[in-house]
Write a protein that binds this ligand. Sequence first.
Ligand SMILES: Cc1cc2nc3c(=O)[nH]c(=O)nc-3n(C[C@H](O)[C@H](O)[C@H](O)COP(=O)(O)O)c2cc1C
Length: 416
Amino acid sequence: MNQPVVIDTKTATPAAPPLAAIAPQKAQAGVLSRCHNIADLREASRRRLPKGVFEFFDRGSEDEIALRGNREAFHNVKMRNKVLVDVSERTTAATLLGKPATMPLAIAPTGVAGVCWFEGELALARAAAKFGVPFTLATPSLSTIESVAEAGQGARQWFQLYMWRERDLSHALVRRAQDAGFETLILTVDTAVPPVREYNRRNGFSMPFTMNPKALVDMSLHPHWLFQTMAPHYFKYGMPRLANFPKDGGSGVANKPGRIVNQRGDNLTWEDVKFLRDMWKGPMMIKGVHLAEDAARAVTEGLDGLVISNHGGRNLATAVASLDVLPDIKAKVGDKLKVIVDSGIRRGSDIVKALALGADFVLSGRPTLYGASVAGEEGALHALRILRDEMDSTMGFIGCNNVSEIGPKAVWVPKA
Ligand SMILES: Cc1cc2nc3c(=O)[nH]c(=O)nc-3n(C[C@H](O)[C@H](O)[C@H](O)COP(=O)(O)O)c2cc1C
């Protein structure tokens, strides 16, 4: 797993002259060689990021029951050896929405990834392009739709939409994504209301970024991040703000420091899904489904896929784990649309478990965020390699040469 580390100093080099003297991000290269799994990357990320930023990325909501449940659900499913099978030709390659990828995984949309690394969204897009998996850009990103499209250099990119109250503004964003060449639209439907995340208030963390005594102390205690991420961003773009949001706000889409961003419409309905389905030319999915009846409706609305997700335990605080509702949803929709799972994937074997229980592929959020916050593009690549290598190993043990051979007999699920 000790890959040679290549740091893209172009993305790391600050634009303004005073920052030229700042230590290059190569300083992080040694860190990656000590990260052998996603938990190691998480720990390295915790050390580099200010507490407010790290907790924003890492934690859940309220008492974090969903967050813990995500890992428990994967831990509860066990696997069976399949012996005496020639697995010397195995591959993790997969087809995602009709096109090839190097593994059955796409990078999930994670808002404000640009806070974890200078131009973090571009780093993630480049890593995904190099590795051969799709990257999903979140609506609340610090990089523009167009700059991410350029960084992805023609590789597969998906766009995630949070619908604003002002539908026209959201539809304009969707048009921009389409024009920029984004392939798939993911409409997030599990965020009708803002979640309760008390730690952000305790830490003084908010987006748009506001300077307050707590945040200032926190940042100054993390000089690597301050000089390699925050300072270059400030000198190139100013204070971190949501790059695709309207500049001067509007009701519900404020984007000024100190104002609450109430970006998600609590009046989103299937009518919006219909409208977007007509508008978007490529594949379209909804993200955040738990009920079989909603999955059935997704089929009748002509969607290409749905993501079973509890937002990584960040929204509905006591939400069910995706893995636990996957079999019901799969039983309801069969192969009528793609069934995707996210929330809690930290090992390659977790991907195999999801596939064995009926998922077509998975989304993964924090693993590449941890990687990117340690070493940008190379760190995100490191996370992807870890997951791929672990998945490859698991496939070898369960006697599978390709992902289509992964089925229910590979797993043991405790009786309810
Ligand atoms: C820091 C962070 C920001 C996120 N922002 C968004 C977002 O803007 N839109 C969205 O649909 N999901 C967002 N998510 C949820 C992810 O898309 C995904 O569902 C979740 O991360 C999966 O869980 P995992 O992190 O355990 O892989 C975010 C997740 C994290 C960790």
